[in-house]
Design a protein around this ligand. Sequence first.
Ligand code: HEC
Ligand code: HEC
Length: 201
Amino acid sequence: MTAASAARRGAAIAFAALALGAASVAGADREAGRRKAEVCAACHGPAGNSVNPAVPSIAGQPAQFVSTELFLFREGNRKDPQMSPIAAGLSNGDLNDLAEYFAAEKLAPPKHRTTPENAAAAAALAHKFNCVQCHGRELLGQQHIPRLAGQQPDYLLAQLRGFKAGTRADIDGNMTSAAQALSDRDIEVLVDYLAGLDVGK
Ligand code: HEC
Ligand code: HEC
């Protein structure tokens, strides 16, 4: 595939996923989502609150983000040996029901404790590198952009390194671009900060 055709394919996927996300409000059934989510707890923890530092919490993520990521895993754009087989069996209805359910669940307070030096430095980095512009002032996420506050630390570290290396799939290329400016040290400081943010929601 040429770079141009790869870009066109990426754009088409982004459009399809966004259209799916936008539709999620209309027909989604949160109670059906709760039943369909029973299988997810084995890895993502009770009600989407992960207890494994390497596995993401999905409680309280924006619904559009959850359906978009499930779509990307199902279509094979984002790949993971554990998550891909799960997503492969989901219908569009399942994606929307699951998204509606997890978006309404509360994120548990984080276990991670940020060091005071990193807290101050990272808040400045989050402004300097525009993290707050896309992920929201309190880093709670919006639409297809994920909540970062209170996310599991080892997971955040792996994703940021992946975006920087170009190995983590990305719906519109924005996050891969944003990660290029980060040094390895910036990434460590940001992760220590984000994983300890208790948003009290
Ligand atoms: C066998 C373990 C396992 C099961 C079961 C599982 N997941 Fe996952 N899931 C993962 C892992 C591991 C990742 C992180 C993959 C990566 O590092 O890219 C993930 C990632 C995700 C993401 C992306 C989160 C983010 O912040 O980017 C979503 C959404 C998700 N899973 C939803 C679900 C749903 C919904 C179910 C149930 C239908 C489910 N998962 C079942 C292991 C699992
Ligand atoms: C121009 C918008 C934009 C900027 C700036 C941006 N992000 Fe993102 N970020 C996104 C989008 C969109 C995604 C979802 C990508 C996808 O999965 O397709 C994302 C995903 C992520 C993820 C993956 C989380 C998960 O649950 O899978 C992390 C971590 C992240 N961003 C951290 C950051 C940090 C730290 C900064 C600042 C250094 C930042 N982002 C700046 C748009 C942005």
